[in-house]
Design a protein. Sequence first.
Length: 172
Amino acid sequence: MNRANASQRIWIGNDHGGYELKRKITAFLEERGLAFVDVGSNSGDIARYPHYAVRVAKAVSVGDAQRGILICSTGIGMSIIANKFERVRAALCTSTYMGRLTRAHNNSNILCLGGKITGEFEALDILEAWLSTDYDGGRHDISLGLIAEAEENLSEDSDWQPSEPFFRDRAP
């Protein structure tokens, strides 16, 4: 598989707590003809989520994947480690509304789900909203630009001063 084809696929990672939900999600993706790369655990046996989160987040960070899905028991651990990677905007979503808004406003590229806290039907609704919502751009570009600035500067141990003023309508 060449890099261009791989980047069009959705990368999926999960630990034991996300195994059953991953099975539902991969079936959902297959039914819709959406290609995916499964780099997650293939059983309910204890597995450590950082191993899987790193594989998906790295693929998104370097451009080998445009989007990823991470599933652990709560989605919290996966989102913590995924957001350590530059250019990754991983969002833990527990409602369809969150799934839609994180795409529209944050242009999130990794969806994190809790396999033990979000029911199958709700998780699939969240996924559907996340997959079908486009990024709005416009005023949201300012925030994403600030995130990119922070990533660059904070990783260099510098004292980041945002280029965008905190209050636009007030003088400092």
